[in-house]
Design a protein around this ligand. Structure first.
Ligand code: ZN
Length: 253
C-alpha cells in the first residue's frame, strides 16, 4: 500500500472510532524546532550528560548545572510555535474525532495549538515547584528572569531553588497524568501514535495496553518502531504531512 492508501485506512478507523486517543512524542515538535532532549543526537548531550545534570540527584546537588543545561532548550520552547501537526490534532478534537492527547513532550505546544485534554506524562515547562515547600509558580517569567540575570529561580516563600515541572531522569512520572494515560489507553478503541519511537516508558507501554483492550493502532512516524507489527496502519512519513491530511479529510466529511 502506498501512503495515500494508508491515510485512507487510518481515516476509516478514526471515522468509526468511538473514542480516539492520540499518543505523541518528540517527532511532533521537531518542525517547531525543539530537539528530543532524551536523544543523544539532540545536541543537548554534548556539553553535559543529561542523565547526570538532568537527574533529580543532579538537580538537588548542582541546580546551577541543571539550569545551564536546560537554558538552550527552554529558550527554544518559549520561542516555539505550534506546527501543522499540533494544529491538526487540535482540529480533530474540535471536530469530535479525538478525545484526548497523551504526550511525552514538555513543550506545551498541544495546549497552545488549542487542544483541551492533554496528559503530559513527562511533565511540562509551564510551572516550577519549590523543592522544599512545594509551592508552584508560573515558569516562564521566573526562567526569563534567570536568562537575564543568571540568578537561579528561588521560591519567594522559603528561598529554596525552584525546579521546572519537567520529569527528570530517575524521577517518578507524575501519578495523575500517568494514571489518566493508562485509563485512556484502556478506554480508547483507536490509538493514533504520532512522532514517537515508542522506546521510552510509558510510551512503549500504552499502545500495548490499548491493543490488549481491543483498540486499533495507527502509527505515524518517520522511522520504524518496535510496535509496527502490532499496528493496523503504519505510515512512515512526517507527522506534519500526514496529520493535516487526516484533519482536512475529517473536516470535509
Ligand atoms: Zn518554597
Amino acid at each position: 500500500m502506498d501512503i495515500e492508501d494508508m491515510v485512507q485506512a487510518a481515516l476509516d478507523l478514526i471515522r468509526h472510532g468511538r473514542y480516539v486517543v492520540a499518543l505523541t512524542g518528540a517527532g511532533v515538535s521537531t518542525r517547531s524546532g525543539i530537539p528530543d532532549f532524551r536523544s543523544p543526537t539532540s545536541g543537548l548531550w554534548e556539553r553535559a550528560n543529561p542523565a547526570e545534570v538532568a537527574s533529580l540527584y543532579g538537580f538537588r546537588h548542582h541546580p546551577e548545572r541543571f539550569y545551564d543545561w536546560i537554558r538552550p532548550l527552554a529558550h527554544l520552547i518559549f520561542d516555539a510555535q505550534p506546527n501543522p501537526a499540533h494544529l491538526a490534532l487540535a482540529q480533530m478534537e474540535t471536530l469530535g474525532h479525538l478525545s484526548s492527547i497523551i504526550t511525552q513532550n514538555i513543550d506545551m505546544l498541544h495546549s497552545r495549538a488549542g487542544s483541551h485534554i492533554v496528559y503530559e506524562v513527562h511533565g511540562h515547562l509551564r510551572e516550577v515547584t519549590c523543592i522544599q515547600c512545594f509551592s508552584t509558580y508560573p515558569a516562564e517569567p521566573l526562567i526569563q528572569e534567570f536568562f537575564r540575570t543568571n540568578t537561579l529561580p528561588r521560591c519567594p516563600k522559603c528561598g529554596n531553588v525552584l525546579k521546572p515541572n519537567v520529569i527528570l531522569f530517575g524521577e517518578q512520572l507524575p501519578a495523575v497524568p500517568l494514571m489518566a494515560a493508562r485509563r485512556e489507553a484502556h478506554r480508547c478503541d483507536v490509538m493514533l501514535v504520532a512522532g514517537s519511537s515508542l522506546e521510552v516508558y510509558p510510551a512503549a507501554d500504552l499502545p500495548l495496553i490499548a491493543r490488549q483492550s481491543g483498540a486499533s493502532l495507527i502509527l505515524v512516524n518517520l522511522a520504524e518502531t518496535p510496535l509496527d507489527s502490532l499496528a493496523q496502519v503504519v505510515i512512515h512519513a512526517d507527522v506534519v504531512d500526514v496529520l493535516p491530511r487526516l484533519a482536512a479529510a475529517l473536516e470535509s466529511d
